[in-house]
Design a protein around this ligand. Structure first.
Ligand code: NAD
Length: 495
């Protein structure tokens, strides 16, 4: 009998008002039901927003260092349950255990960072232009934050959003992706166990068009933090504009790794295998394009194809699996469609290209790691986010052309260049259009205490992670204290 889960509203676990439910299945074995979850609607969102609004009035008055103490306890509880959560995450979304452990660790790092931020949340003091007058700017919480997340980082992404939101004094209504509701439920359970008052965090399970839309268009939600596809991000931007919400959008990517002729090719090879096929290519920062300097193209392709063909597909819970399944049937179908597009466009299929259907893999959404060579920058393969285990290899004449090709995309999340020439490395840092640039490292591997986000159509200019995310979750309030005992008119009495 599959485990049944509920929404958390105002500190109580409850079913959807309609009583409807949905199932979540293991992508490595679709016969296995991971859990049954409430298929919520607008009325559930209304109740959650009401609870979050009421809780905000008290939570905003709790001193930030005290809120930080709860964050520390959340971190401690995540450490305790890291292995259990990692296994459940692999079961519900497929990535291999080493990676789900990394995902939970990112949540732990974010909790401890937020705990210490409780004793910072720095403001500014500045001199006033008038005598006997004190001037400062301080951060204040905003209100109710709607948190809408994708399935590929079921722990890291919700924690990147909710921990700074709550540490800053806001309250949350959280809608996780329908492919990863169990990890989300475990996270919220831990947050409550750590001592958050009722209503500070609420979780409402269900689909994007029902629950997501009810949050983004709700008049009493002040902020939306969304991570997901560019199409849905644009929709959310429109839906939340009527009520003038503050909106942070972290969207798609088409990340590239450049390998120059002077690079350490063995190192570049390890990086591209990890960047392209880690998380089965389903990372916003995945290496989707490999740009090779012409002189080493044939040599590097031979090395890459050989190693790719040896990658072991399998259930992420098995110790020898290196690449797990796609998250669901639709995602694998979309990968297969791109393989067909690549063939039609005249790119050269060098590895993979098919579903994996043998033996134990037959019951999962497995797709072989796939490489296309001779891809040109105009092809759809080079332009569109595939979000699966497909790597497109593009030739570049020289360093300058490799940068032009890398920048020739509407996205701008992550990027990487392998070179031993320090001048080229720094020129690349200057000229690459992306929110993240790695020198001699893969396109994936962001750390919790640095800004995370992209340029161009990857987002709308906000950043998650580190100190920068606190700018999103707080308003600046300017405060003047006049201790002169008389009316002093700024810009008038002093000039
Ligand atoms: P998605 O856009 O389909 O869904 C993301 C979330 O939005 C889900 O919870 C979904 O239910 C919800 N949603 C869908 N329609 C909605 C609507 N109309 N209103 C409100 N909410 C709605 O994305 P996905 O398939 O879950 O994730 C993959 C995408 O996420 C990729 O494009 C990937 O690049 C992107 N992503 C970006 C980052 C980043 O930081 N830039 C990180 C991870 C994933």
């Amino acid at each position: 009998m599959a485990q049944k889960f509920q929404n958390l509203i105002n500190g109580k676990w409850v079913d959807a008002v309609s009583g409807r439910t949905f199932e979540n299945r293991n992508p490595a074995n679709w016969e296995e039901v991971v859990g049954i979850f409430p298929k919520s609607g607008k009325e559930d969102v209304d109740a959650a927003v009401k609870a979050a609004r009421a809780a905000f009035e008290k939570w905003r008055l709790v001193p930030a260092p005290k809120r930080g103490d709860i964050m520390r306890t959340i971190g401690d509880l995540l450490v305790k349950r890291k292995e259990e959560i990692s296994r459940e995450m692999t079961r519900e979304m497929g990535k291999v255990l080493a990676e789900t452990r990394g995902d939970v660790q990112e949540g732990i790092d974010t909790a401890y960072y937020a705990a210490t931020e409780g004793r910072r949340l720095f403001g500014h003091t500045v001199p006033s232009e008038l005598p006997n007058k004190f001037a400062m700017a301080m951060r204040v919480p905003i209100g109710v934050a709607g948190i809408i997340t994708p399935w590929n980082f079921p722990m890291a992404i919700p924690t990147w959003k909710m921990f700074p939101a709550i540490l800053s004094g806001n309250t949350c209504v959280f809608k996780p992706a329908t492919d990863t509701p169990k990890t989300a439920a475990m996270l919220v359970e831990i947050m409550m166990e750590a001592g958050l008052p009722e209503g500070v965090v609420n979780i409402v399970h269900g689909g994007g068009s029902e629950v997501g839309n009810a949050i983004t268009s709700h008049p009493d939600v002040d902020l939306i933090s969304f991570t997901g596809s560019t199409g849905v991000g644009k929709q959310i931007s429109r839906d939340s504009s009527e009520t003038l919400k503050r909106v942070s959008l972290e969207l798609g990517g088409k990340n590239a790794q450049i390998v120059l002729a002077d690079a350490d090719l063995d190192l570049a090879l390890e990086a591209v295998l990890w960047g392209a096929f880690g998380t089965t290519g389903q990372r916003c920062t995945a290496t989707s394009r490999l740009i090779l300097e012409e002189k080493i193209y044939d040599k590097f392709i031979a090395m890459l194809v050989d190693r790719t063909n040896k990658l072991k597909l399998g259930d992420g819970l098995l110790p020898d699996s290196q690449v797990g399944p796609c998250v669901n049937e639709g995602q694998r179908k979309s990968v297969q469609e791109y393989v067909q597009i690549g063939k039609n466009e005249g790119a050269k299929l060098l590895a993979g290209g098919n579903f994996a259907t043998e033996g134990a893999l037959a019951k999962g959404w497995f797709h072989q790691p796939t490489i296309f060579g001779d891809v040109t920058p105009e092809m759809r393969l080079a332009k569109e986010e595939i979000f699966g285990p497909v790597l497109s290899v593009i030739r570049a004449k020289d360093f300058e052309e490799s940068i032009r090709i890398l920048n020739n995309t509407e996205y701008g999340l992550s990027s990487s260049i392998f070179t031993t020439d320090v001048n080229k490395a720094f020129t690349a840092v200057r000229d690459i259009q992306a929110g993240i640039t790695y020198i001699n490292a893969a396109t994936i591997g962001a750390e919790a205490h640095l800004p995370f986000g992209g340029v161009k159509k990857t987002g709308n200019g906000h950043r998650e992670g580190g100190w920068t995310v606190y700018d999103f979750y707080t308003e600046w309030k300017a405060v003047y204290v006049d201790y002169s005992g008389k009316l002093q008119r700024a810009q008038i009495d002093n000039y």
